[in-house]
Design a protein. Structure first.
Length: 306
């Protein structure tokens, strides 16, 4: 262990978990663990799927690097448990995590703060819905379970029947579903590290949208970093992303997704408080474009727990 990294003490990397994003989390966590160990940090992997978090105390853990994606890891649950145990952890606090994970409440916040976001409707499994009325208003939509990440349960719809099918599928993941007006245009993501924004990334995929397959399994997805945008547009999307990040109470590190329509207007999509950290992930790509290695990025995130 290097003298510099002895300051962290013993670190547990939380990975895996029980969410629908378990597989991605295992990959993210392993990459983070390898980087920490290579940097001389005394780090171990900890999968809470079959273990009690109280074991962290028995293992004399000093701080925790959260690499859990989705429910349980990204929604304030594990953050609350770690607060209760007085264990410092990476990323957003309980409120920031819970709000960012809730796509519906994020949209309400963006709208009330006057930030640009696509028109939307909220459909509740218990209350029923009128698919035809929604499609008459929006023509084409994106359907998103409110509390899932990695594009899980998401689908596009252009007819009332497609919307009904998409909602039936989305309700398997969540009782509240966001139905967002479809935006035809370019997809971007902005990494926030501390209170600094990193270079903007544009994602292009033949999949119709940047879905789970495009994110984790495809070789046809292309990434452009920094994105081919004017200085003015770059500044606009970065400022908007940072405002959204802070608005939901996120902190430490994360990623904000946005789109630009064919008229050049930007729209916020969502805030991610524990984004992917695999070799294909976007946060390491943005940090690299800013001159930081994966190892340096991981250490910088961990330093925020000191």
């Amino acid at each position: 262990m290097t003298q510099q990294n002895a300051q962290f003490g013993k670190v547990a990397v939380l990975l895996g978990g029980n969410s629908a994003e378990r597989e991605v989390s295992l990959r993210s966590g392993q990459a983070v663990l390898n980087a920490l160990q290579n940097a001389g940090v005394d780090a171990i992997a900890f999968d809470p799927k079959n273990r009690s978090l109280w074991e962290l105390k028995e293992l004399n853990i000093d701080r925790v690097f959260i690499a859990l994606h989705g429910r349980g890891g990204e929604d304030g649950t594990v953050q609350g448990a770690l607060e209760f145990m007085n264990l410092p952890y990476t990323g957003s606090n309980v409120l920031g995590s819970a709000l960012a994970m809730d796509k519906v409440r994020c949209k309400h916040l963006f709208k009330s703060a006057g930030l640009s976001t696509a028109p939307y409707a909220v459909v509740d499994a218990k209350k029923g819905f009128d698919a035809k009325a929604i499609m008459d208003e929006f023509k084409k939509v994106m359907v998103k379970p409110s509390h899932e990440g990695s594009s899980i349960g998401m689908a596009q719809a252009s007819t009332a029947q497609e919307l009904e099918d998409a909602l039936t599928h989305a309700f398997k993941f969540d009782s509240q579903v966001l139905v967002e007006q479809w935006i035809t245009g370019r997809e971007f993501t902005v990494t926030v590290l501390g209170d600094e924004v990193q270079p903007v990334i544009e994602m292009t995929t033949p999949n119709g949208f940047y879905d789970y397959q495009a994110k984790y399994q495809s070789n046809t997805t292309q990434y452009h970093c920094p994105a081919d945008l004017s200085a003015q547009d770059t500044q606009c999307i970065q400022a908007m992303s940072l405002e959204a990040f802070e608005l939901v109470g996120a902190s430490g590190w994360g990623r904000v997704d946005a789109m630009q329509d064919e008229q050049g207007n930007f729209y916020l999509l969502e805030v991610n408080t524990v984004p992917g950290m695999t070799e294909k992930s976007l946060v390491p790509m943005a940090a690299k474009a800013n001159g930081a290695t994966f190892e340096q990025l991981v250490i910088r995130i961990l330093e925020q727990t000191l």
